[in-house]
Design a binder for this molecule. Structure first.
Ligand code: ASP
Ligand code: MG
Length: 408
């Protein structure tokens, strides 16, 4: 007997018909004798609808109240799915996050899971029931409802799989796996049978929206075998797992891109110790995450400093930077929100040279200007004008032969 955690996203539970289809799938697995915990998201569009309601009242709603509101979306689907299961003769028991209890910190709308009490779930499983848990939510020490950030149901599923030592965690979604890149941009994109946690983490943090980043971090840390599959068609999906032999890996596993970034530059900054901290300190204090950072070598005792932030934080970051510019007596702030970041990702990079030059040549051949470059052990990222996104992704996809099956 195996224990599986199945997670179904918003599209998979987006209507009564779809909820019935999920119930059938769950019952089928349960009838084979396996123990099944199901995590569901809110019906598609529901979380956005709730956010819009809140925003119609207040621009910056109180985090605690926001979480009370947002958690209702998943409360609807756990009850409906349980009813659908009962209807077809499968005993099921629903839980909200706080009922489980999924203990989190108190960072409303982006809480982190601290602990899960898996005993009540286990006792229901041992009684032969399917357990249906609301994704995306928990409860803090003071009994406040919390939510885990957009896409947080993935993290709920992986965390439950870790706590219950599940055999596999299946993320059922509207795509049938992880692709070499977004098929809407490059129709020749291929589904990967396997990808490593590390690569998936890079792909996810770069905007490949298949999984919430935190869920992949969690899966890597607790070694949860994670599989992404389609709710609608049969197939093996993509297994996210540990790296086996880097020598046998393809050079590049995928190309990710992120349209959600904006670039800010402060130029003519006095080149003194502590300047980077003075620039980024106020940005961090405003709770703005920074992604790429570049500082140029100073020539005339001043330097230029460029970084990227999420586009949602662009105005706030610019305001903080304008203030710093005046305080430091720097020359000026320039900002650009018409950029995109593209990254090539692959553990194969570790054991192969020349990846960067292949990348830059492919872009040069298309006449695409690179504005920023950054590298890590398994990734090379560039920032370019947003208007060249499609062209660049396709050029890179073919330069690294991602449309062809990897030969090992
Ligand atoms: N319903 C939440 C959202 O839309 C959580 C999730 O779907 O994973 O972000
Ligand atoms: Mg989702």
């Amino acid at each position: 007997m195996a224990l599986y955690v199945y997670k179904f996203g918003g599209t998979s539970v987006g209507s009564i018909e779809r909820i019935k289809a999920v119930a059938k799938k769950v019952k089928k697995a349960h009838d084979l004798g396996d123990q099944i915990v199901v995590v569901v998201s809110a019906m598609s569009g529901e979380t956005n609808r709730l956010i819009a309601l809140a925003k119609a009242l207040q621009q910056q709603p109180n985090g605690r109240e926001m979480d009370v509101l947002l958690s209702t979306g998943e409360q609807v689907t756990v009850s409906l799915l349980s009813m659908a299961l009962h209807e077809i003769g499968c005993d099921a028991h629903s839980y909200t996050g706080s009922q489980v209890k999924i203990l989190t910190d108190s960072a409303h709308t982006k809480a982190r899971i601290l602990n899960i009490d898996e005993l009540p779930i286990r006792s229901h499983l041992n009684k032969g029931k399917v357990v249906v848990v609301a994704g995306f939510q928990g409860v803090d020490e003071q009994n406040n409802i919390t939510t885990l950030g957009r896409g947080g149901s993935d993290t709920t599923a992986v965390a439950l799989a870790a706590a219950l030592k599940a055999d596999e965690c299946h993320i059922y979604t509207d795509v049938d796996g992880v692709y070499t890149t977004d098929p809407r941009v490059e129709p020749k994109a291929r589904r990967l049978d396997k990808i490593t946690f590390e690569e998936m983490l890079e792909m996810a943090s770069l905007g490949s929206k298949v999984l919430q980043i935190r869920s992949v971090e969690f899966a890597g840390k607790y070694n949860v075998a994670l599989r992404v599959l389609s709710s609608f068609k049969e197939g093996k999906g993509t297994l996210i797992t540990y790296e086996e032999s880097p020598m046998e890996s393809a050079l590049i596993s995928g190309i990710a891109f992120n349209r959600d970034e904006a670039k800010l530059t402060i130029s003519g900054v006095p080149d003194l110790p502590g300047v980077a901290f003075k620039i980024l300190g106020p940005v961090a204090d405003a709770n703005i995450e920074i992604d790429m950072i570049i500082q140029n070598i100073a020539d005339d005792a001043t330097t230029d400093f460029t970084f990227t932030v999420h586009r949602n934080d662009y105005q706030r970051a610019k305001a903080a930077l304008d203030k710093t510019c005046a305080e430091l007596g720097a020359k000026k702030v320039t900002a650009d929100d018409g950029i995109v970041k593209i990254s090539i990702v692959g553990v194969g990079m570790r054991s192969h040279a020349g990846i960067a030059s292949t990348m830059f040549k492919a872009l040069a051949d298309e006449g695409i200007n690179i504005k920023m470059i950054s590298t890590s052990e398994i990734k090379i990222s560039i920032v370019i004008d947003e208007k060249y996104l499609e062209l660049a992704v396709r050029a890179l996809h073919s330069a690294f032969k991602l449309d062809q099956e990897a030969v090992s």
